[in-house]
Design a protein around this ligand. Sequence first.
Ligand SMILES: Cc1ncc(COP(=O)(O)O)c(C=O)c1O
Length: 367
Amino acid sequence: MKINKSGAKFSAIVKIGEDLREESRKTGKEFLYLNRGINRVVNIDLSEIIPMIDFNSDTLQYYPHSKGMFLLRKAINNEFFAEKTSEENIYVTAGGMNALSLVFQTLEIENVYTHSFYWGAYSNALKIAEKNQLFYDDFEDLRNNYKKYDNSAVIICDPNNPTGSKADDKMLFEVLDLFSKQNTTVIWDGPYRRLFYDNTDILYQKLLTYENVIITESFSKSIGLSGQRIGFMHCKNPEFNEEFAVRLLYSGNGINAFAQILVEKILSTPEGKKAAANFKEKTVNDIGKNIKLLKEKGLLTEEFYNNETPVGIFVIVNKSYNELKTKNIGSVPLNYFTKRTDFDVENYSRICVSVPERDFKKYFAKF
Ligand SMILES: Cc1ncc(COP(=O)(O)O)c(C=O)c1O
């Protein structure tokens, strides 16, 4: 059997989690698993939503439309775009990863720029799509040197994974204004933003004014449903959408109907909205307290947050993976997220701060 090897690697972060759990099993040590990329302050409470779903229905049991169920696309249009876009521009995907992979495959472009601190999966998905990954320093670099990014694609992830920093929206729109005057495609991949905002956030509506912006979104983080594998892609370019739709169809033949109905109910019913709001409020509250504790203990790497605010759900701490492990805290070494060499990457790690405050406090009392 000859294999078409992409050169992409299986997620190393998954391996870290497996190793820690194995060590825990062998030694009986309890770890705080801050290596994980999920919100674990609370689960979203679905108890009032599940009774609304008719499991004995055609809608749930038969193939959904490969673009996604119309009612969900309508709910997304309402929630994110205040009904200012067309449902035709929205494609339901199996999470943000699926959307990103298909976007990378669909774009005929050589170079894709990511932040110098980037989500490692971008590298692997770009490798599979045979695109070069290049880096920008930060949003100031994008603004000041915008010409450098002509004829390329640029991924914007804000709040950022791994740093958890949030840039000023004004700065982001300055960058978009410059890119809209040249041939730069922007992939707006911000699955953490809507954890901190509800539908009064007008950012997505403002993104509609840019023809060169492709949005990839996820319900994994903002409403905590990473297990449902659901997200969406939005683009206004009909030619792009036509090719994307074909690739979406033949990659999965539609997205799980239950997940679509569930998210549609969360976005569009009073019970669903209440569950999402409670989830966000509790999660953001503990994230804020956990970041405050890190600041007080001098563990947050303030030098990486120049003009930006660390909001989570991740932050970078000035402790190595091993140092944290000796205190029974799981993390991911920072070298999984950057190729920067202007500082000693070995001394830093990414931790997820979206865990209950009491657990966080208990484990960080050891510092
Ligand atoms: C920056 C970023 N984009 C997209 C995703 C995709 O998430 P999912 O595939 O769970 O929707 C993640 C998940 O960790 C992420 O960190």
